[in-house]
Design a protein around this ligand. Structure first.
Ligand SMILES: Cc1cc2nc3c(=O)[nH]c(=O)nc-3n(C[C@H](O)[C@H](O)[C@H](O)COP(=O)(O)OP(=O)(O)OC[C@H]3O[C@@H](n4cnc5c(N)ncnc54)[C@H](O)[C@@H]3O)c2cc1C
Ligand code: FES
Length: 261
């Protein structure tokens, strides 16, 4: 599939916390091709600084061509993005990378930590439109504080999912890591999808490996091109080969990844 360059218009720019933002962009060409788990490369400035586009997961899409991004400001590009307002334009390239896959009619668990929650909403929407009912799948979401979690969890709940929450400070749901919610659930699901900080994904991958449950992980690395040309997004595969997150991923079978922290 060829990627599309599209100049999208900002329909809304919401500030969720002091450093978390949700952008709704009208990008009907990219949305018409997008699959859950894919990402877009975003031009965060109208000049050449920063020169490189920044990768963001497709958080959600709508039937009328809107594409949502959920992001945290951590540096120059994301700070510039956070200053954009309704009606302005954002240049996107996408959809890029591979997508989550689901085979059969079985129950699965989606587990996301921090901004790793971003790609899971589109996936949850896709699963809820399939043959299985959302109520039978499980969603586990974690963040530092309730302020970060509540508005995002609501979007999953409105799709009909039962959502279990965890916060680092105990301000909402389980007090601790979201991975601690998984062990009692794991025996009742046949697949797990995880995205978040590497320690979370490694822990979930280990838990799944122990009882032989398939796990797909959405990997994040630094990316320069997003198109397979610069080889800057390398991770080590468990088979001794290098994998390029933008080209072979970002979604990997957790068993294919050499988890070294
Ligand atoms: C496939 C993919 C999907 C992503 N989806 C999202 C998303 O949905 N929401 C979101 O908030 N972020 C997402 N990211 C991460 C996002 O791309 C970075 O936060 C962003 O590029 C930072 O740009 P910046 O210019 O603000 O920061 P920079 O100025 O480039 O960097 C600031 C600091 O953050 C570090 N940093 C930058 N990027 C990364 C990274 N990928 N991993 C670890 N450290 C990094 C830098 O080393 C530096 O210390 C995704 C990354 C990938 C590869
Ligand atoms: S980001 Fe350039 S090859 Fe992956």
């Amino acid at each position: 599939m060829t990627s599309i360059q599209e100049n999208s218009r900002i329909k809304s720019a919401e500030q969720i916390t002091e450093d978390i933002f949700r952008l709704t962009l009208h990008a009907p060409m990219i949305v018409s091709q997008a699959k859950p788990g894919q990402f877009v490369m975003v031009k965060t400035s109208s000049n050449l600084d920063p020169l490189l586009r920044r990768p963001f997961s497709i958080h959600d899409v709508s039937a009328d061509g809107d594409l949502l991004l959920l992001y945290k400001t951590i540096g120059k590009g994301t700070t510039l993005l956070s200053a954009l307002t309704q009606g302005m334009s954002v240049d996107l390239i996408g959809p890029l990378g591979n997508c989550f896959t689901y085979s059969g009619n079985h129950d699965v668990c989606l587990i996301g930590g921090g901004m790793g929650i971003a790609p899971l909403l589109f996936w949850a929407r896709h699963l809820s439109s399939g043959v299985t009912k959302p109520g039978t799948h499980r969603v586990l979401l974690g963040a530092r504080h309730r302020r970060e979690l509540q508005p995002i969890a609501t979007a999953f709940q409105s799709l009909g999912y039962n959502v279990d929450l965890a916060t680092d400070d105990g301000s909402l749901g389980h007090h601790g890591f979201v991975s601690q919610l998984l062990p009692p659930i794991l025996p009742s699901v046949q697949g797990v999808y995880v995205c978040g900080p590497t320690p979370l994904m490694q822990e979930v991958a280990n838990q799944c490996h122990e009882i032989d449950i398939p796990c797909q992980a959405s990997m994040e690395t630094h990316m320069a091109c997003g198109l397979g040309a610069c080889l800057g997004c390398t991770i080590h595969g468990s088979d001794g080969t290098y994998k390029h997150v933008c080209k072979h991923g970002p979604i990997f079978d957790a068993k294919e990844v050499l988890w070294t922290i």
